[in-house]
Design a protein around this ligand. Structure first.
Ligand code: FPP
Length: 259
């Protein structure tokens, strides 16, 4: 009851006309959450699924159109084989259970990353989830899986070089050309990047796309992340002044009156 009141109070403070269009999240701290409770690491990952539901629900309630979650990085293969296997099993379990709920909420699922390198059964379940939610027109929920920003940029360069070789002709490359060869080509850049569990790193996540994103870091461990945390992050985002390397309106006006 108290949580609901707090949520309602925070939502009322949010300016719905200035919402971030795209929120990206580095979900970190599952292992620490489990360690604090003397549980195996996988219990932390499992508890992390609850937070995935919370953050999606909070974005839906506000009307944020794009949410992207960093679920498995290209570097995560370095973890013990047993943990990697359990993460993959957990992902399959999530997909198996959640498609109905995603459809009910009109959420379209997407994935970014080198998904062709994931275990075959994971790929099969992913394909099914993408197909079965493809017609949904509400929020786009993207999982970054076997994702690395350097890998993404490498893939984009490779595609461009292949195209040049095939066509045997030179073509101009500008920022738009690069953007249109990234995995994220169909989505806007994130306005807000959230990282949980206090680390001040971007960990090879959407490096090109977060060039002008606002970054919000919380000490909360991912499994404890709640809708309240998301609302607080959006409020904090709305307090920031985004300048994209330019001047604020006031500073620009002062400069103009001087000239
Ligand atoms: C980081 O915590 C989290 C991950 C590497 C995986 C994220 C996975 C989930 C939230 C659960 C499953 C997700 C889906 C999409 C079904 P960590 O293990 O690095 O934590 P630590 O830094 O405290 O050890």
């Amino acid at each position: 009851m108290k949580t609901e009141l707090n949520e309602a109070r925070l939502i009322a403070e949010i300016d719905l006309d200035r919402l971030p269009r795209h929120i990206a999240v580095i979900m970190d701290g599952n292992g620490r959450w489990a360690k604090k409770r003397r549980l195996p690491r996988i219990a932390g990952h499992r508890a992390g699924i609850k937070a995935v539901r919370q953050v999606a629900e909070a974005c839906l309630r506000l009307g944020v159109p794009y949410l992207t979650l960093y679920a498995f990085s290209v570097e995560n293969w370095k973890r013990p084989e047993s943990e990697v296997k359990m993460l993959m099993d957990l992902l399959r379990e999530y997909l198996g259970r959640e498609i109905g709920e995603l459809n009910r909420q009109n959420i379209r699922l997407r994935v970014i990353g080198r998904t062709h390198e994931l275990p075959r059964l994971v790929q099969r379940d992913l394909d099914r989830a993408l197909r079965e939610t493809a017609k949904n027109t509400g929020m786009i929920l993207t999982f970054a899986l076997n994702y690395g920003a350097r890998a993404e940029l490498t893939d984009a360069v490779r595609e461009l070089v292949d195209r040049a070789r095939r066509n045997g002709e030179a073509f101009d490359i500008d920022e738009q050309t690069v953007t249109s060869h990234l995995y994220t080509r169909e989505m806007p850049d994130p306005d807000l990047l959230i990282r949980t569990s206090g680390e001040l790193r971007v960990s090879n996540f959407l490096l090109w796309q977060i060039a002008y994103s606002e970054i919000w870091v919380t000490d909360t461990l991912w499994p404890d992340f709640s809708q309240l945390d998301l609302f607080n992050a959006v409020l904090e985002y709305q307090k920031r002044e985004r300048r994209y390397g330019g001047l604020t309106e006031n500073a620009a006006a002062k400069g103009a009156s001087k000239g």
